[in-house]
Design a protein around this ligand. Structure first.
Ligand code: NDP
Length: 285
């Protein structure tokens, strides 16, 4: 007798691409196929006013879990039964997991980033400079702080959003954080260990956009990470490489958040490379 089929879903605000070209669906299904997992991952376009019904539907259909993307990451919380530690601090969920008949909200975005980061540097006792203070920055900031980073400088254009993130990091994690308002090219302090771009500057189609940073201030000892996955080699990544830095592209975060989500849902450690290859195939199409 064959195993029952397990379903997972992505609840999203709108489809940027047709399902066959949706990178998340394609990379997760590629992992299932590679590992012979009898699971399916499907995506649904859900209007904000239908979110409660969509989650009720997932419960009724006994989905093992679901991802949610913008604009549902915060609103979904009121429809879940509990939150993981970092999701509770961030106040945002991108992955719900059915545990003992309850849907628990997790945030695998920041965990995906740190899983990728840990392959090149342990952030414990390290000094971090991060550009941006939006959703991606919040996830990265909280997760990296929970791993023991000693200091965080948030460099952001708007004061309110920057201040909000700095207060969250100082109040809810062990890290010391401060805010620098972004005006002109930023000089990265020489004692910085990790530099992260968590803004959308340089994202397709604005691939020629330059992050306002003094490239000469990047040192070979620094790890420079970009959240942008398309293009894979952003101007920041190219500049950092030319300065001799260790670089991490945004695909590491994207793929690893998927690897962690699949582990939560199925208990299986899947091969990240299979998922990465599938996304690169889609980006390069
Ligand atoms: P948000 O809209 O929540 O935040 C965007 C941030 O970028 C804000 O801090 C904003 O500053 C800053 N920003 C945008 N444009 C500029 C500019 N021209 N100059 C200075 N600052 C700017 O977006 P998200 O945090 O959700 O996403 C940010 C990026 O991260 C996107 O490119 C997204 O694709 C990527 N991402 C990648 C993931 C991955 O797995 N690789 C996962 C999630 C996101 P301000 O506050 O002043 O407006």
């Amino acid at each position: 007798m064959s195993e029952p089929l397990n379903f997972l879903a992505e609840l999203t605000g709108s489809f940027a691409r047709p399902a066959a070209d949706n990178p998340t669906v394609a990379m997760i299904e590629a992992a299932y196929q590679h590992h012979g997992l009898n699971w399916r991952y499907i995506n649904f376009e859900v209007a904000p006013e239908d979110l409660a019904d969509a989650v009720r539907g997932a419960r009724a259909l006994r989905f093992a879990g679901f991802n949610c993307s913008l604009p549902h990451k915060v609103e979904v919380i009121q429809h879940l039964d509990g939150l993981g530690e970092s999701a509770a601090i961030m106040g945002a969920v991108n992955c719900a997991v059915r545990r003992d008949e309850q849907y628990i909200g997790e945030n695998t975005d920041g965990k995906g980033f740190t899983k990728s980061l840990l392959k090149v540097v342990d952030p414990k006792n390290k000094r971090v400079v991060m550009f941006g203070a939006g959703g991606a920055a919040r996830a990265i900031g909280v997760e990296t702080a929970l791993l023991g980073a000693s200091h965080f400088t948030v460099v952001n254009r708007s004061k309110e959003r920057g201040q909000e993130l700095v207060e969250l990091l100082n109040e809810k994690t062990p890290v010391n954080a401060d805010l620098v308002l972004w005006e002109g090219d930023y000089d990265v302090p020489t004692d910085t260990d990790i530099v992260v771009n968590a803004t959308s500057i340089g994202m397709f189609p604005d691939v020629d956009a330059q992050i306002p940073v003094n490239v000469e201030s990047l040192q070979p000892s620094m790890v420079v990470a970009d959240v942008i996955a398309n293009p894979l080699r952003t101007n920041l990544i190219k500049d950092a490489e030319s300065r001799g830095c260790t670089v991490l592209d945004g695909l590491g975060m994207l793929v690893n958040q998927g690897v962690i989500s699949i582990k939560y849902w199925t208990g299986v450690d899947v091969e990240a490379q299979v998922m990465r290859d599938k996304i690169v195939e889609i980006i390069e199409r």
